[in-house]
Design a binder for this molecule. Structure first.
Ligand SMILES: C[S@@+](CC[C@H](N)C(=O)[O-])C[C@H]1O[C@@H](n2cnc3c(N)ncnc32)[C@H](O)[C@@H]1O
Length: 365
């Protein structure tokens, strides 16, 4: 078999595995196998998971030939299945920021939402509205939970502005999470820093409603949510100088009008305020991304979601892989005079752009 034929075989197998693993992840089969913590028969797995044994058996066929799960035999010669602990730590919900299982859902979800629309848009160049992705917010919340739960408070925030931000948060400052989605990050921060006040901004009504309900249920009194188009903030007096710290996790590249949004963020920063933009670590030229370990995956997520959403409403369409050079240029154009771009030890796939606007020449209407 030629090298390329081998590669094609791998592609077909790995694409199929991704889909099957997503089904397994959704039904929590990896978590159940991990909890069983011993080789188990199909009927044992079926009774622990309440899933149908015939479907399970087929699914397990994929997992054993794909070498995700080990196929063994018990003393009676019956086939048993075992999820090795070193695999479980990447596939189960308890994996925290190591949990890569959660990402197996992304391509199948985007395919289900937008395959037809993307195929059509390929010919017309049209954008696709966010509303075409009905389950996306829920999925983002799951990702956010896996991403932020174990690292946001203890690893990310202490690095911002050489630890000074954490001290200010402890003393009490005004914070905004822009594009907050279900408010996972905001809730963690609000609980950790009770003297600070937090505002989550998003233009997605269900996400904001859900975030506010979750805050209420958790008894969080220092976080509120605002339904607001971030592209419609710049120049408005009610937003002027309102926050000491603004963060935007994964929320700038898929904006239709990112420059307006960044100008709005600058407008909302109080004197001495800082802005953290967290975006995928990539370069702006494709040629510079050849060695990116997740290049095809991230460009595909972008093709199926970030790019079409960003092209909506005559949008800019940056795409998720817009890269460091374009990001820094856009931040400068928005008026941030100081930009420090750093890699993050706990998160090798993103970059942290720490921005300051020192010259205050705002006009408000
Ligand atoms: C990729 S999600 C990231 C969510 C969250 N920050 C996280 O890390 O999980 C991008 C978020 O930006 C929001 N968003 C997109 N365009 C927006 C706009 N013009 N104004 C406000 N929010 C917007 C979306 O509704 C979505 O919640």
């Amino acid at each position: 078999m030629s090298q390329f034929a081998k590669k094609m075989t791998e592609i077909l197998n790995h694409g199929a595995l991704n889909l099957a693993m997503a089904i397994g992840y959704i039904h929590q089969i990896f978590d159940i196998l991990d909890e069983l913590n011993k080789p188990a028969t199909v009927s044992e797995i079926a009774s622990a998971s309440k899933l149908h044994p015939r479907y399970l058996k087929e699914w397990l066929g994929i997992m054993v030939t794909g070498q995700i799960i080990a196929l063994l035999k018990d003393q009676k010669g019956e086939e048993t299945y075992f999820l090795p602990p070193e695999h479980a730590s990447f596939l189960t919900r308890k994996g925290g920021s190591m949990n890569m299982g959660v990402y197996t859902q992304e391509i199948p979800l985007l395919t289900a939402c937008a395959m037809e629309s993307v195929n059509h848009a390929f010919q017309t160049g049209a954008g696709i509205p966010f509303s075409r992705y009905p389950d996306f917010q829920e999925f983002m919340a799951e990702l956010s939970d896996a991403k932020h739960q174990t690292v946001l408070i203890d690893q990310f925030l202490p690095t911002v502005d050489k630890g000074k931000l954490r001290d200010r948060l402890t003393q009490g400052i005004r914070v905004c999470d822009l594009g907050c989605g279900h408010g996972i990050a905001l809730h963690l921060m609000a609980k950790a820093f009770p003297k600070s006040s937090f505002v989550g901004i998003d233009n997605h009504r269900e996400a904001i409603t859900q975030a506010a309900a979750m805050a209420k249920e958790a008894g969080i009194g220092n976080a509120v949510y605002q339904l607001q188009d971030a592209a419609d903030i710049d120049g408005k007096s009610e937003f002027f100088s309102r926050f000491d710290y603004i963060c935007a996790f994964d929320a700038i590249h898929d904006q239709s009008h990112p420059l307006k949004v960044l100008k709005g963020i600058r407008h909302m920063l109080a004197p001495g305020g800082i802005f953290s933009m967290i975006e995928i670590k990539a370069r702006s030229n494709q040629a510079d991304n050849m060695a990116h370990p997740m290049g095809p995956f991230l460009y595909t997520v972008s093709l199926m979601h970030c790019l079409p959403v960003g092209l909506n409403e005559n949008g800019t369409g940056l795409g998720m892989m817009w890269g460091q050079e374009k990001a820094e240029a856009l931040l400068r154009e928005a008026g941030f005079e100081q930009i420090e771009t750093t890699e993050m030890e706990h998160d090798p796939f993103n970059l942290h752009y720490l921005c300051r606007a020192t010259l205050r020449t705002e006009k408000v209407n």
